[in-house]
Ligand binder design. Structure first.
Ligand code: SF4
Length: 284
């Protein structure tokens, strides 16, 4: 059996940066001191459980509003502006790990909101990143994820329109939506804000899955970017699996496999790839 590992697998740039900063913070902190994180800093249960053992407390947005004089981490995909402002006002030490790709969209939203554009975001309206992005506008922002959402759009035709994307959007699906929007709205400005990591991984998974008997997408099923990689993989290879540990590999049927390919979500460490490869080689 040949095992192919995607070139773009492992932690992404934003997650690597966040992990390095949090590791240092935990190493240097006083043992009795807690560090609060508004939501999980990354979508990886194993990493988060280790941090919890070392004094990290994961809180939700409502709990964050009550914090005073604490150390608070902002996750890679950001939080809503009013909560951020309140954390600062309440004298917390805020360690902002919002990925620069996400920050860039916050700034674009501020800029085009000031210019009085209609703002459309292609993404999942319930995802924390999108809620954060929307919160940087003073006027209503439309979030769409399919054609039905476009039919229901209620925006002024008198204003110019700008479209941004959630960083982990599905490239092919988003492109279809953009084509429709451009026909509907004259002078519709489209700013591609899908992060480079997402772009590279989705393309690589698409190509790998065309010629693989089995595709393994390693990562958490709660991770938006990982689920999208899995969907893309499934479109070419029906023996695609989303797994997060070696135990799950043991339950898979890997008979009659000539080529097994592996890619990961952005919050999956290289160590898991190594473990999976070792196990696959030993067993199959
Ligand atoms: S997936 Fe992209 S946007 Fe999200 S943390 Fe990684 S680099 Fe940043």
């Amino acid at each position: 059996m040949e095992i192919k590992i995607a070139k773009h697998a492992g932690f992404c740039f934003g997650v690597k940066r966040a992990i390095e900063i949090v590791d240092n913070l935990i190493r240097e902190k006083n043992k009795s001191q807690n560090i609060y994180s508004v939501g999980a800093i990354i979508h990886n249960e194993n990493v988060i459980n280790e941090y919890k053992k070392n004094g990290m407390i994961i809180i939700d947005e409502d709990e964050a509003k009550k914090l005073k004089n604490e150390i608070v981490i902002i996750r890679t995909h950001g939080i809503e502006k009013d909560i951020y402002d309140l954390l600062i006002k309440n004298n917390n030490k805020v360690i902002d790990l919002t990925c620069p790709y996400v920050k860039k969209i916050h700034n674009l939203v501020i800029e085009y909101d000031n210019k009085n554009y209609n703002i459309i975001i292609i993404g999942d309206k319930n995802h924390a990143e999108v809620k954060g992005i929307v919160s940087y506008a003073t006027k209503a922002v439309s979030v769409i994820s399919d054609e039905k959402d476009i039919e229901n759009l209620k925006i002024s035709r008198d204003l110019k329109t700008v479209v941004f994307f959630q960083t982990t959007s599905n490239i092919k699906k988003s492109k279809k939506l953009v084509d429709i929007l451009k026909k509907l709205f004259y002078n519709c400005l489209v700013v591609d804000t899908i992060c480079k990591v997402t772009f590279d991984r989705q393309n690589e998974v698409y190509e790998l899955s065309k010629n693989s008997d089995v595709m393994l997408i390693l990562g958490s099923s709660t991770s938006s970017n990982t689920k999208k990689l899995y969907d893309i993989s499934m479109s070419n290879c029906e023996r695609s699996y989303l797994i997060n540990d070696v135990e799950s590999l043991k339950n898979l049927d890997l008979s009659n496999v000539n080529i097994l390919s592996i890619c990961t979500g952005a919050s999956t460490p290289n160590e898991l790839i190594e473990e999976i490869v070792l196990h696959a080689r030993a067993k199959f």
